[in-house]
Design a protein around this ligand. Structure first.
Ligand code: T3D
Length: 256
């Protein structure tokens, strides 16, 4: 695997692998650049209908590489790299599955939480490590955490930096599932392939609707549903899904 990010497309799934295993796949400007390019390709490519994000070696991602932390330009780094990354992931109109293969710390933990469905190896853990170096949770952590686990747990996790093991994270609703280490990649790839065979535009619009619901009241959200359902209903895959149901045959979705 060349570079700091691996990228391979097969069966409609773009597998993106953070690849600085000796430094626990921590973020450098180079890794940010390659990850952004991979996500951009996945967004644009008609072949890609789902994304799988994982890490090489024993960790998922240990957040910012602290040996390259640029104290003089933190605001710029956050805006240009971390905030841009979260926006890119949330705006990507295809599902992103995280296969959290090991520790996910700092921005690495919140990178996982920014994915759409998170599977984690039982040995993995999530650490809001920021408080240990005098920083605050970023990469969307202060937004995702209270919404996923509630204010009490979010506050304690952010203030203590205590690790949350994968099974605890699943029990709290922070992630979708914890699975046996040996089964993680098969399960995550199986899920990503399954999503890649579905009505891609409908899944993208579903993702958008659920993300927008986080800040809307019911009546506003009903409008969002109307707006996005109109878009879903004119896709080829919607026509195919209805026709297949009526003909009592499996649908053959194309992603269009
Ligand atoms: O402007 C900005 O960029 C602000 C943005 C900030 C975003 C952030 O993410 S801040 C938070 C940064 N991350 C952390 O504080 C986590 C630091 N790492 C750890 O706490 C621990 O490494 C872990 C709990 C993740 C794992 O512990 P352990 O014992 O399994 O592994 P280790 O021995 O600590 O690490 C293995 C190697 O990876 C080691 O290198 P070495 O000694 O073998 O050459 C270690 O230094 C390196 N490493 C791990 N995390 C980082 C790292 N190197 C640079 N930066 C890291 N974040």
């Amino acid at each position: 695997m060349a570079g700091t990010v691996g990228y391979a497309v097969a069966d409609g799934v773009a597998t993106i692998t953070l690849n600085r295993p000796d430094k626990l796949n921590s973020f450098t400007p180079e890794l940010h650049g390659e990850l952004a390019a991979a996500l951009e390709d996945a967004a644009r490519s008609e072949t890609v209908r789902a994304v799988l994000l994982t890490g090489a070696g024993r960790a998922f991602c240990a957040g910012q590489d602290l040996s390259t932390l640029d104290m003089a330009h933190v605001g710029d780094t956050i805006e240009r790299l971390y905030n841009a990354l979260v926006r890119r992931m949330r705006n990507l109109p295809k599902p992103i599955v995280a296969a959290v293969n090991g520790v996910a710390a700092g921005a690495g933990a919140n990178l996982a939480l920014a994915c759409d469905i998170v599977l984690a190896a039982r040995s993995a853990s999530f650490i809001q490590a920021f408080c240990k170096i005098g920083l605050i949770p970023d990469t969307g952590g202060t937004y995702f955490l209270p919404r996923l686990v509630g204010s009490a747990r979010a506050m304690a996790l952010a203030l203590t930096g205590d690790p949350v093991p994968a099974e605890q994270a699943a029990a709290w609703g922070m992630i979708w599932r914890a699975v046996d280490d040996a089964a993680l990649m098969d399960e995550a790839l199986g899920l990503a392939r399954r999503l890649a065979s579905q009505a891609t535009k409908g899944l993208g619009l579903t993702k958008e609707a659920l993300n927008r619901s986080l800040d809307n009241d019911l009546f506003v959200q009903l409008e969002v549903e109307r707006e996005l359902q109109v878009l879903a209903s004119v896709t080829e895959d919607c026509r195919e899904g209805v026709a297949a149901f009526l003909a009592k045959r499996p649908p053959a979705f194309t992603g269009r």
